[in-house]
Design a protein around this ligand. Structure first.
Ligand code: IPE
Ligand code: IPE
Ligand code: MG
Length: 239
């Protein structure tokens, strides 16, 4: 199946999430420092953002840095922050004149994140918030449990009662996004690692042993084809 044919398939997902795992192991296998794995991983990511946009998929979430990733050596964290800084500069140049909204899911008030990164992230979110096309959602300093607790605390502070799913979802980072259809995790790990527990309750999960820096266009197509074959029942009886 070609990209063109895939594009016309009505079973295409609206919202995909990528857990871009395996950068460190990719580097280790080559006798390189972990930072090189992240560098190449972020080059791979750029290509996939384009493929996913080309496919007409409306929302893309990417797990870039978890709340728990602060437990890594400072040198690695610093390198990742430098990559995020560059990534935000690139997004600004690339998407400012396009119908692309940037949402950054995660705690952007955390002072452990360099001030310049927090500022660039907030500016980019603010300046693209009116756009209605593609939503690009890199998740930086994100934790799913933390996101849920924040929502709960905000609702309590607002004195809200009779909280419905709809009201609750208004306090999640994904509030303006479509339901999460497919989560792809690379590197062979089969766990969620605190990623979108609320949003992924009825998502399809696709696991591949491929390490993220090596994840190719072919691999993406394979994942999409697998997704399209799934029978999503949502608790009912279908198919
Ligand atoms: C995931 O790759 C990328 C980030 C956490 C940013 P890892 O760094 O977790 O790579 P492995 O899992 O150690 O191979
Ligand atoms: C999940 O990967 C986070 C990102 C990809 C950013 P981890 O490598 O941090 O997850 P664990 O530690 O293997 O569960
Ligand atoms: Mg990992």
């Amino acid at each position: 199946m070609t990209f063109e044919k895939l594009k016309q398939d009505p079973r295409m997902p609206n919202h995909i999430a990528l857990i871009i795992d395996g950068n460190g192991r990719w580097a280790k296998h080559r006798g390189l420092p972990r930072s090189m794995g992240h560098k190449v991983g972020f080059e791979t990511l750029k290509k996939h953002i384009e493929y996913i946009q080309d496919l007409g998929i409306k929302n893309l979430s990417i797990y870039c840095f978890s709340k728990q990733n602060w437990n890594r050596p400072q040198e690695e964290v610093d390198y990742l922050m430098k990559l995020f800084d560059e990534m935000l500069d690139e997004y600004k140049i690339k998407y400012m004149d396009k119908d692309v909204r940037i949402v950054i899911s995660g705690d952007m008030d955390d002072e452990r994140i360099p001030e310049i990164v927090r500022k660039k992230a907030k500016d980019l979110m603010e300046s693209t918030k009116q756009k209605t096309g593609f939503i690009l959602n890199p998740c930086i300093n994100y934790g799913g449990r933390e996101e849920i607790l924040n929502a709960v605390n905000t609702l309590i502070l607002n004195g809200e009662k009779d909280i419905t799913e709809e009201k609750f979802e208004q306090h999640l980072y994904t509030r303006d996004m479509l339901p999460l259809d497919l989560v792809i995790r690379t590197s062979g790990e089969q766990r969620t690692s605190n990623y979108m527990p609320w949003q992924a309750t009825y998502s399809e999960w696709y696991f591949t042993k491929t390490l993220w820096p090596s994840f190719s266009k072919k691999d993406l197509i394979k994942a999409l084809k697998a997704f399209m074959k799934r029978n999503r029942r949502f608790g009912a009886i279908k198919g």
